[in-house]
Write a protein that binds this ligand. Structure first.
Ligand code: NAD
Ligand code: MN
Length: 503
């Protein structure tokens, strides 16, 4: 045990254990110099002829080159998806579709370590998260929706459930594999085919997933993966798809909605958030501190449902703050592949710049910043865990999504005031409530305008539980029974002949 860092005056003494490095080996990952697009079951060179480099954000080293798909590539992928839909996938009995999904799920479990290491290399997230959360949840999603594939008539009693067609799916960089699973599993289970566009900074696990899908012998074209940046995403939205499923920024979500307005295309949007994590004076403090830390520092705060606004009831403000500051000093920032790392690399230079700009605005607006002293690696993109006190609701750091390891702390006196402040945001994705009182949890949950309300926990995900937003956080639900509906045409069922009348 070493002496505590006391570079920040007035912070309480906590013992910090020294750990030896415990890096996960990269040997299990076999990178190619150059990847292809996954279209109609094959890896192909892009017609655009363009490639882009993809890097490791913790070193800025180039990992590989991936295609930048142009409109022609996107159209080929969509045509392949339509071909697979019409010739095979749509009409395959649910129990047969399920077998493919189970195969994918099992392959993800078998190759989980390889996927987790690659996810951390390409995205910067700590290996303990990709290993214990992203990959197990991605596999669980495929298992879960495999289970629904042959039970759609029970999911929607009295209605006929038919697939929509080709889904164009655009996903972000914060949970590359998990978001791919959230998109593909329900689409395939319900008999749709898909074209997936991973984010520009994190294409590699989606391409590895394409290998798994190829090995699982899905009908060629049932799943296609086109890599590229925003322009590729825009081309997919504009292509001949029947449904668009998007997860990303509210700004792009709005743009997509404008683009497809008036068309037959169905749309679900999972956008940003600025969640309140609300701690009442009767909450078990140490447990709440862990929940607050998990709520904002999980995945470097690159989480749409992150608890980025902490609302603390006034009587416990000082006590909670002291514990939080002490806890922050024990967080380990650094090599994503080290098993002891709590906070990995920021996903990209662009995201780091955005975080820095918003944090500077917080200081400028007069909020008080706290950061523990910690060494940061020389290369790569890093940001220290950060707290702001003295935040008012009008500050940008209290209103805008920072999408980084930055917590804004506000206080409240009464439950009514907590609700008012929590809902004072254009977003409505998630919220957290910490209290011993069950009745208060229910009272709060009824009033919080958020798609998910966690009680005495935060950032809990399960495939059986629907997830999605209110207001500018988007619409549509992913996960659970609810997650099937956006991929289905539901019509009242015609009574079968001789079976329509009972009494
Ligand atoms: P983004 O919305 O630009 O990117 C998300 C995905 O959309 C990527 O695959 C991207 O290539 C694609 N895309 C970009 N422009 C597009 C367009 N015009 N049409 C179709 N697809 C398009 O997000 P970003 O720029 O990487 O991040 C900016 C901010 O967005 C972040 O700081 C954060 O606040 C927010 N964000 C939220 C989530 C989330 O999970 N809700 C995820 C990523 C980013
Ligand atoms: Mn963008």
């Amino acid at each position: 045990m070493t002496e505590l860092d006391t570079t920040q005056e007035g912070t309480p003494a906590v013992p910090v254990w020294e750990y030896a490095d415990a890096p996960e080996s990269k040997d299990i990952v076999h990178l190619q110099d150059r990847y292809g697009l996954f279209i109609a079951g094959e890896f192909v060179e892009p017609k655009s002829g363009k490639y882009m480099a993809t890097i490791d954000p913790s070193t800025e080293g180039i990992l590989a080159e991936v295609p930048e798909a142009g409109p022609e590539d996107v159209d080929l992928a969509v045509a392949a998806a339509r071909g697979a839909f019409e010739s095979r996938w749509r009409d395959l009995p649910g129990r047969e579709r399920a077998k493919y999904l189970f195969r994918i799920a099992r392959a993800l479990q078998e190759r989980a370590r390889e996927f987790a290491v690659l996810e951390s290399m390409n995205g910067g997230k700590p290996i303990k998260e990709s290993r214990d959360i992203d990959l197990p949840l991605a596999a669980a999603h495929f298992f879960y929706y495999a289970g629904w594939a042959d039970k759609l008539e029970y999911a929607f009693p009295g209605r006929d459930a038919r697939p929509i067609g080709v889904a164009g799916q655009v996903i972000p960089w914060n949970f590359p594999m998990l978001m791919a699973a959230w998109k593909l599993a329900p689409a395939l289970a319900t008999g749709n085919t898909a074209v997936l566009k991973p984010a520009e900074t994190t294409p590699l696990t989606a391409l590895l997933l394409a290998e798994v899908i190829q090995a699982a012998e899905l009908p060629p074209g049932a799943v296609n993966v086109v890599t590229g940046a925003g322009e590729t995403g825009a081309a997919l939205v504009a292509a001949d798809v029947d449904k668009v499923a998007f997860t990303g920024s509210t700004e792009v979500g709005k743009q997509i909605r404008r683009t497809i307005a008036g068309s037959h295309k169905r749309l679900t949007l999972e956008l940003g958030g600025k969640a309140a994590n609300i701690v009442f004076e009767d909450a078990p403090l140490d447990q709440a501190v862990e929940g607050v830390v998990n709520g904002i520092f999980f995945n470097q705060g690159h989480v749409c449902c992150a608890g980025s606004r902490l609302l603390v009831q006034e009587p416990i403000f000082e006590a909670l703050l002291e514990k939080l500051k002490a806890r922050l000093q024990t967080l380990r920032v650094g090599n994503p592949l080290d098993k002891n790392t709590d906070i990995g690399a920021i996903n990209s230079r662009a995201q780091l710049t955005r975080i820095e700009e918003l944090v500077a605005s917080g200081v400028e607006d007069g909020a008080e910043m706290f950061q523990p002293a910690c060494d940061l690696p020389e290369r790569g993109f890093w940001f220290r865990p950060t707290l702001f006190t003295g935040v008012s609701q009008s500050h940008r750091i209290a209103r805008e999504e920072i999408f980084g390891p930055v917590l804004s702390i506000l206080t409240f006196r009464t439950p009514e005031e907590a609700v008012e402040k929590a809902n004072n945001t254009p977003y409505g994705l998630s919220a957290g409530v910490w209290t011993e009182k069950g009745s208060r949890i229910l009272w709060m949950a009824e009033r919080l305008k958020a798609g998910v309300v966690w009680a005495n926990t935060f950032n809990r995900f399960d495939p059986s539980s629907p997830f999605g937003g209110y207001k500018e956080s988007g619409f549509g639900r992913e996960g659970g029974l609810h997650g099937l509906a956006p991929y289905l045409e539901l019509t009242p069922r015609e009574p079968a002949p001789g079976n329509g009348r009972h009494g």
